[in-house]
Ligand binder design. Structure first.
Ligand code: APR
Length: 231
């Protein structure tokens, strides 16, 4: 049965009240990437970085999944073949919406990582400067989020899924950050049909067979209904 691989970005969580990065008033218009989303920035000012992710962690924990998250969970449940969700998002809204086995290629706000021994644990709401690692004791706890210049997670699994995709969809992502922005090309190489669902055309829109523009809470349920034949 046809395998569906779905890539999501910040746009799918926008209607749940979580800001995107590059839209007007987005996170990167309020914070410098170099300061809050690089290992160098963390070394320079760990208090600033912990503060940035602490605020996002609390906000994400209070956010609710929207119709787009729920529709993808429904597709995962009702589609006769495999449905793989790969997300660039660090919130837990896919899971809160009912999805499972979501590949968080940029990590999660709910996780903490020891920069010294690599141990992972559940992040407290407020991480401190010098957050102690519960395994090695080093004061080296950081958010388990992939920063610029670092390797995203699960890349081998993701490429294996893309190589088997019959349908590839990109939802709520601007197509400006690699390697995620190039996934459509991997899917095309595998012979997949490709669709972009976004508020506006992404930077890689011309690579897609089909495009659907509008709020994800409207376009995604309609697309899922069509796939499941519940038109
Ligand atoms: N419905 C659908 N799409 C939306 C909505 C919405 N309600 N609101 C915004 N969008 C779209 C925008 O048009 C934009 O193309 O979502 C996209 C968000 O783009 P970005 O802010 O660039 O977010 P994303 O693509 O997820 O960023 C990728 O960059 O900053 C890093 O690690 C961070 O994972 C992130 C990565």
């Amino acid at each position: 049965m046809e395998k569906i691989v779905i890539l999501t970005g910040a746009g799918i969580s926008a209607e749940s009240g979580l800001g995107t990065f590059r839209d007007e008033g987005g996170l990167w218009s309020q914070h410098r990437i170099e300061d809050v989303a690089t290992p160098e920035g963390f070394a320079r000012d760990p208090a600033l970085v912990q503060g940035f992710y602490n605020a996002r962690r609390v906000q994400a924990a209070q956010a609710q999944p929207n119709e787009a998250h729920r529709a993808l969970a429904r597709l995962q449940r009702d589609w006769p073949g495999e449905v793989v969700i790969v997300t660039q998002n660090v919130d837990g809204l896919h899971e809160a919406g009912g999805a499972s086995d979501v590949l968080h290629m940029h990590g999660t706000l709910a996780g903490a990582l020891c920069a010294s021994c690599g141990h992972r644990w559940t992040a407290p709401d407020q991480m401190q400067v010098g957050e102690p690692c519960p395994s090695c004791g080093a004061p080296a706890g950081r958010p388990d989020v992939v920063w610029f210049g670092e390797m995203p997670y699960f890349m081998d699994q993701i490429y294996d899924h893309l190589a088997e995709a019959s349908i590839f969809a990109a939802i709520g992502t601007s197509g400006q950050v690699y390697p995620a922005a190039a996934f459509v090309h991997e899917a095309i190489a595998a012979g997949a049909r490709t669709v972009e669902l976004n508020l506006d055309p992404s930077a890689v829109v011309s690579s897609f067979d089909e495009t659907r523009f509008g709020p994800a809470s409207e376009t995604v349920p309609a697309w899922v209904d069509e796939l499941l034949g519940n038109r």
